[in-house]
Write a protein that binds this ligand. Structure first.
Ligand code: 9MR
Length: 453
């Protein structure tokens, strides 16, 4: 059990209530998402958990608000990897991991620990070292005991082993396989179980969503581990998918793992597309997210669907696959995309179809201090365009605009109205325009609903 926990100042500020929610209205229609049931509530009604990968430093403002309100599980995107937690042998850095665990506990969320044994993002002292297999084994055992032990009782599930297979189902040549043989997998699971008997222990991989040679290998491994009495509780299907390419055997594959007596989680769902996004691609992406979540809903032992970043501003895809992106359920301005509604509908939500031919305005607070704050409004168009715009809202708690840029703002009493500047009235289909402002506040700073029109 850990004896100390570090709460960062940033997190405290975030919990103190930086930003409540993004306000978004669609021009000429009702605000589709404002009244939607949060995904975590829909998931709970289905007996499922819905999660997202997160970056600890971003858990404030609109990002923190959505992470906390829409999801019932968090996976640290990088914070619990060996290279992060032990950059120098014997010197540990748990700051971001602790922050994410604290945030999750404050928001009544599970944490999926990711990941203990991987070939990637290991510290250089480990990968550059020369080790006998006895030394390697002991390093791995210590790592697992230390990290799992630190968070004992606080992690719902661990991705103990990540990406052990090649595409043809043979074992991947890694530090671990080459040094220890395939037995490293059973040992890692056994050590993790000893350190936290309550945590569910998973093997996690990509391109194992459908029935294929790689998922066959994973299936056979899990079957043999179960037969040998090794503590294996689940398999993680990462699901880094390409638009329009959800495997037709996804549900069948989930079911066959469930039938082996293990849980299944969709652990890293995203659906990337060639940029730029357009309304046809976004509609296909909605269908793809919906079919993945529906496949999980259909199998009782499929317990968790986690997206690998919930906003297009926070995805690994863009830098890894040049020319591809827009892979997550929220756009870069935190407006829900059609994909969000695909998830919602698969979880039984009755939300209306999202704006596919519309321009929307989203309000957020990007910085806040004792007496003032900086806010921004982003006007985004998809399947529509504007040649001029005006955004208005009513402040509910005495906030007062003091300065604006990239728009002309006037405030009369509580009513604020901001019109485009001479140079940014045009919002082309598929693009967005942002303006900013400073304002004063006291007491509370609730996010207003904004109207575009
Ligand atoms: O999202 C992670 C990204 O920030 C890192 O740069 C990257 C390095 O490999 O790892 C990403 O997460 C990976 C996850 O840990 C395992 N499955 C594949 C994910 C995407 O690369």
């Amino acid at each position: 059990m850990r004896t100390s926990r570090t709460f960062s100042g940033l997190l405290r500020a975030g919990l103190a209530g930086l930003v409540a929610a993004a306000g978004l209205f669609t021009a000429g229609t009702l605000p589709a998402h404002a009244a939607d049931t949060p995904l975590r509530d829909l998931a709970a009604a289905q007996g499922k958990v819905i999660g997202t990968a997160v970056t600890g430093s971003k858990l404030t403002g609109t990002y923190g608000d959505l992470a906390g309100s829409q999801f019932s599980s968090l996976t640290p995107g990088n914070a619990m990897k060996w290279g992060t937690v032990e950059p120098t042998q014997g010197t540990f850095n748990w700051t971001e991991a602790d922050q994410i665990v604290a945030f999750a506990q404050a928001h009544n969320q599970q944490v999926r620990g990711h990941t203990l044994v991987w070939h990637s993002q290991n510290p250089s002292w480990l990968t550059n070292g020369t080790w006998t297999s006895a030394q390697l084994s002991s390093l791995l055992q210590n790592h697992i005991s230390t990290e799992v032990g630190r968070y004992k009782g606080e992690i719902a599930a661990w991705d103990v082993v990540n990406e052990p297979f090649n595409e043809d189902g043979t074992y991947r040549s890694t530090l671990w396989y080459n040094g220890l043989g395939s037995g490293y997998i059973a040992n890692a699971l056994t050590w993790a179980h000893a350190a936290d008997p309550a945590a569910k222990l998973y093997i996690n991989d990509y391109n194992v969503e459908g029935v294929n040679a790689k998922s066959d290998a994973l299936y056979n491994l899990v079957k043999s581990l179960k037969a040998a009495g090794v503590p294996i509780d689940g398999v993680g299907l990462q699901a880094h998918l390409i638009l329009g390419q959800v495997p037709s055997t996804l549900q069948q594959n989930i079911q066959r793992f469930a039938d082996l007596g293990v849980d299944v989680a969709i652990t890293e769902l995203d659906v990337r597309m060639a940029l730029p996004a357009d309304s046809t691609k976004l509609a296909q992406q909605k269908a793809d997210f919906k079919s993945v979540v529906a496949a999980c809903v259909a199998v009782s032992r499929c317990v968790n669907v986690t997206v690998w970043g919930f906003s297009d501003s926070d995805s690994w895809v863009d830098s890894t696959f040049p020319g591809y992106g827009a892979a997550t359920p929220y756009d870069a301005n935190y407006a829900p995309k059609p994909a969000y509604y695909g998830i919602s509908e698969a979880l039984g939500g009755t939300t209306t179809t999202p704006p596919t031919g519309a321009c929307t305005a989203a309000y957020s607070v990007s910085n806040q201090w004792t007496t003032g704050f900086t806010g921004q409004v982003t006007i985004s168009c998809s399947g529509a365009a504007l040649s001029s715009w005006k955004v208005s809202w009513t402040y509910g708690a005495g906030q007062q605009i003091t300065q604006a840029w990239n728009a002309t703002c006037t405030q009369s009493g509580a009513d604020v109205s901001c019109a485009n500047a001479s140079y940014n009235g045009t919002v082309a289909d598929g693009s967005s325009v942002t303006f900013g402002f400073n304002a004063s506040w006291s007491g509370s700073n609730p996010v207003p609903s904004v109207t575009l029109g």
